[in-house]
Design a protein around this ligand. Structure first.
Ligand code: SF4
Length: 387
């Protein structure tokens, strides 16, 4: 069924801008990346301007997120141009995040980002131990992490996130607890903690396939539980399986994405969900640029979003959030979707203690449910006959 959105029920709209530059590939990473030469960066900046011109003015934009790649690899003057270009096309977003790697954080760049309107910096720390940074193939040192963090605080961004990774080969529960406590000691506003995954075509996957490292699911569970114990006790409320925040510092852009609202995606390989369609820009910087120079966006995998698709995804991603899902709201948003078919599934989860009812009537996963959230997502698709 096609969704009709009246003026009254305007849903949030985000802008995701992908900066595909990395100077080296981290051992766990399967993202599309480009090595940044001067020519490529200039072409990229021209391309972003052309892509925004094609999309047109977005005065009602709520959030902006620059992700990568490594946006911080851009020089200060490039960031200034990019920031000014974006500002020509948008109004005043409530949140503007930029991902940065510790080694790329410099005072001149931060000042420009602050001046242009960036409110939130997300820094990829990953670990506070050199041995594990080496194990991930990261290029920054502990010294760079601390220096970068001090600069972020000195410039005064209203929100700072640190990303950490757990279940790194060789990492013990004590190591992980040490990382969590060190992060808490620095007192960022937000923490994201991700379980290491072994994506195909990565250096780590190769090590896994050769038996040089292994996956230990019991250890992963212990690491999850340790995060759930340490971070809330230190004032970081969990609001999603991997995300914790002090009051008022949840990432609005990501929440809107998980609620399956809309976002525009620009830059090579960026994906978007906009005007009822889900699509990705081609993961090829040259072809992305050539398309734009011919007046069109080189989008691939373009899918029209039926209400049922969106509702399924809103349920799967909604259940990964601690606030859970409100069925009444989803019924209103997606009137043709048979949400009643979920009743036996939800009842089973309630009986098994994997689900609880929130005070506001929401359906939320319990801690035990969150540990098996991926499997529950697949079962949920079965209820709609989608799997
Ligand atoms: S993890 Fe980030 S910095 Fe490392 S290669 Fe992937 S995109 Fe680049």
């Amino acid at each position: 069924m096609k969704r009709e959105t009246s003026e009254k029920e305007r849903f949030p709209l985000g802008l995701y801008l992908h900066v595909p530059f990395c100077s080296k590939t981290c051992d766990f990473c399967a993202f599309y990346q480009v090595r940044p030469t001067r020519n490529v960066i200039e072409r990229y900046l021209d391309g972003i301007e052309a892509e925004l011109s094609l999309i047109g003015q977005c005065d009602s934009l709520d959030t902006i997120f620059w992700g990568g790649g490594t946006p911080g690899l851009l020089l200060a003057k490039d960031m200034e141009r990019l920031g000014k270009t974006v500002k020509k096309f948008v109004g005043e977003p409530v949140e503007w995040s930029v991902e940065m790697a510790p080694g790329s954080i410099k005072e001149d760049k931060l000042r420009i980002l602050k001046d242009v309107g960036v409110t939130r910096i997300s820094m990829g720390v990953q670990s506070f131990k050199d041995v594990f940074l080496d194990g991930l193939g990261r290029q920054h040192s502990l010294k760079q992490i601390y220096k970068a963090y001090d600069l972020l605080r000195k410039i005064g961004f209203s929100s700072v996130n640190l990303d950490l990774i757990f279940s790194i080969p060789g990492q013990t529960a004590e190591d992980w607890e040490g990382d969590l406590k060190e992060a808490v000691r620095l007192a960022p506003d937000h923490l994201s903690t991700y379980c290491l995954t072994f994506e195909e075509d990565t250096a780590l996957y190769l090590k896994l396939s050769k038996g040089r490292v292994s996956i230990d699911e019991e250890k992963e569970v212990a690491f999850y539980r340790k995060s759930w114990e340490v971070l809330p006790a230190a004032g970081y409320a969990q609001y999603e399986i991997s995300n914790y925040a002090r009051e008022g510092h949840q990432c609005v852009h990501n929440i809107n994405t998980w609620r399956m609202y809309e976002w525009i995606g620009i830059g090579p390989s960026a994906s978007e969900q906009y005007k009822g369609w889900r699509s990705s820009n081609i993961a090829d910087e040259e072809r992305w640029y050539e398309g734009l120079m011919q007046g069109k966006r080189a989008q691939v995998e373009r899918i029209f979003l039926e209400d049922r698709h969106l509702c399924e995804d809103a349920l799967i991603f909604g259940l990964r959030m601690n606030a859970g899902v409100k069925l009444k709201e989803l019924e209103k948003r997606f009137p043709g979707v048979p949400l009643s078919s979920l009743s036996p599934f939800f009842q089973n989860l309630l009986d098994e203690g994997k689900m609880i009812r929130g005070n506001n009537g929401n359906f939320c996963l319990s801690a035990e449910g969150r540990l098996v959230a991926d499997a529950l997502g697949l079962e949920l698709l079965n209820c709609f006959g989608s799997k």
